[in-house]
Ligand binder design. Structure first.
Ligand code: ARG
Ligand code: ZN
Length: 379
């Protein structure tokens, strides 16, 4: 009897293989679309095939699994500084899990050929909404900067209570702009700052990326000596990493101005929220707006247990240095709100914040990012 049933079922099986509404997971587990369910059950009964429903709604189960996986993706821990590869894997993972809102792209390649990933978060709007652009890690040894960028990504993507921030604004995050230097600082020389390109001087490598932008390039605060930590490079945008950022920013320019409304570039370790200009003492046209917002952001993060950050114009509260990404992005009306954020110091030298301090440092600054995000949303 049983054999008969099976052989009957076998013919039945063959007959159903072409039916797109019937999906055989195994020889006796079948998924049937809701519209086909009634006729399918009738067919089974006519052929005396015993059956039972084991999953009433597959979609629910798929969703539950997805949610449990989302829990796992929070596994990008904050108890260590991650490698370039770990960061990349995490971004890919997010793009897979949150394919409706998250995508990973590339703005170019580093000198050593590493791809420069950009994570884009958008809840809709077909690439017409304002963009908040964030980068980190142009200076290799400032490890807490990419950690901050990754934390911002985690908050925006994985924490539903920040959904308001992505409701009508797109966030584009380049968590590691100088991966060659970063990996070099992990494997060979902890205090490496520059890129890793060859220079005309034997034995001296790399350009200071934050002196390589075409804004009063090779002016104040940089060096033409390839062995210097602030080497400006042979020409503006000589580095593939800075040229990639330039090209990306230029692509966001539309007839009605730039889509980018706010640019944050993360460094360490001077605890500062700094706005242009860095190359001159003169004030930027919207210095007052930038100052007020920075002060508001500073207050918010202080209330969350953060340090008191220095707020002010770079050249005035810090030192003057030309060729920075912040000044270039702010110039020619490319972006109205621009900040260099210097994360707090830690460890023995300032750059070597112990891993145990990562979580409290990045989470303390998050409220400042929220304030800035809300500001862009409202304007
Ligand atoms: N510590 C950063 C540097 O020296 C600060 C950059 C501020 N911006 C500027 N355009 N100077 O590169
Ligand atoms: Zn820096």
């Amino acid at each position: 009897m049983r054999v008969w049933l099976l052989s009957q079922f076998h013919d039945f099986h063959i007959a159903l293989l072409d039916d797109v509404q019937v999906d055989f997971w195994s020889k006796d587990d079948v998924m049937v679309s809701p519209s086909r369910q009634e006729s399918f059950q009738r067919q089974l009964n006519e052929m005396d095939v015993a059956w039972e429903i084991s999953i009433d709604n597959v979609q629910t189960v798929v969703q539950e699994e997805k949610e449990s996986l989302q829990g796992e993706s929070r596994s990008l821990s904050r108890d260590k500084f991650h490698s370039y590869q770990e960061m990349k894997d995490y971004l890919q993972e997010l793009a897979k899990l949150y394919s409706n809102t998250v995508s990973v792209g590339s703005i170019g390649s580093s000198y050593e050929g590493r791809d420069l990933p950009i994570l884009k978060i958008s809840s809709g709007g077909d690439d017409t909404r304002p963009i908040i652009l964030i980068d980190a890690g142009i200076h290799a040894r400032e490890w807490i900067a990419p950690a901050m960028a990754l934390y911002i990504i985690q908050q925006l993507v994985e924490n539903p209570s920040n959904a308001d921030l992505i409701a009508n604004v797109d966030w584009h995050v380049i968590p590691l702009l100088n991966p060659d230097g970063y990996e070099y600082s992990r494997k060979s020389s902890r205090l490496w700052r520059k890129t890793r390109s060859k220079t005309k001087r034997k034995g001296c490598f790399g350009v200071d990326g934050n002196r390589n932008f075409d804004i009063h390039w090779n002016g104040i605060g940089g060096s033409t000596d390839p062995c210097s930590e602030t080497y400006v490079g042979p020409r503006p945008f000589s580095e593939p990493e800075t040229a990639a950022l330039r090209d990306y920013v230029m692509k966001q320019l539309t007839k009605s101005g730039s889509r980018i409304k706010l640019y944050l570039t993360f460094h360490s370790y001077a605890s500062g929220i700094l706005y242009p200009w860095g190359y001159t003492w003169s004030q930027a046209p919207n210095a007052n707006t930038m100052k007020a917002l920075a002060q508001e952001a500073n207050l918010a993060q202080k209330r969350a247990g953060g340090h008191d950050f220095t707020v002010g114009q770079t050249a005035r509260v810090f030192y003057a240095a030309a060729g920075g990404s912040d000044d270039w992005v702010a110039s020619a009306g490319r972006v109205p709100l621009v900040y260099t954020v210097e994360m707090p110091r830690g460890g023995n030298w300032g750059f070597d914040l112990p891993p145990s301090a990562i979580n409290r440092t990045v989470s303390a600054f998050w409220p400042a990012v929220r304030v800035m995000g809300r500001h862009v949303q409202r304007s």
